[in-house]
Ligand binder design. Sequence first.
Ligand code: NI
Length: 227
Amino acid sequence: MLITIDNVLDLADVRRFRELLDAADWIDGRITAGSLATTVKHNQQLEIDSDLAVSLGNHLLRVLGSHPLFLSAALPEKIVPPRFNRYADGGSFGTHVDAAIMRVERANLTLRSDLSATLFLCDPDEYDGGELLIETTFGAQPVKLPAGSLVLYPSSSLHQVTPVTRGARTCAFFWVQSLVRDDGERALLFDLDQNLQQLRAQLPADDQRLLALHGVYHNLLRRWAST
Ligand code: NI
């Protein structure tokens, strides 16, 4: 399941993030690449434990923690603190699959990557190229979103970032270990939850069908979730 979520960060947040990131020191992205990725990764990255990465990352995590659509789609159990990267001057990231197990030393956290997320911090007209190309069962889906918007996709997907041939593309990215590991089960829960929310706006809160479907959601979650 590939989901885009608009305006996760509002305009003021995007402006603040960009001012700080545009003035930041960037390092070669290959430093954090695995041995295979070293050959295909050509970008820049903010030092993972730098004060700026930690403070912007924490802000983003707070926003996500109270974002109903993100919570419904990802059912997050653990999240890798957001990282920041920048592509310019032909920078790209060739086709790869993200590592299955992530280790975050400073938080003493180990997690399985079920979902990958990219939050765009530049508008599409600021750069050429730089599309996130995600392989799905329906073919490769190009993703290039407005600043502040986010895409969530299965970490098992092959994906790449096409070369940035003009301007620069700055993004935040992170991984989620979901309470529901299987993408198909998570997609069904998301579908049910989204439709339930619409029904809740139309029906009285004590409607028996609504209560029953609410029960189905939670009983499926009980069946599929692992904590
Ligand atoms: Ni990746």
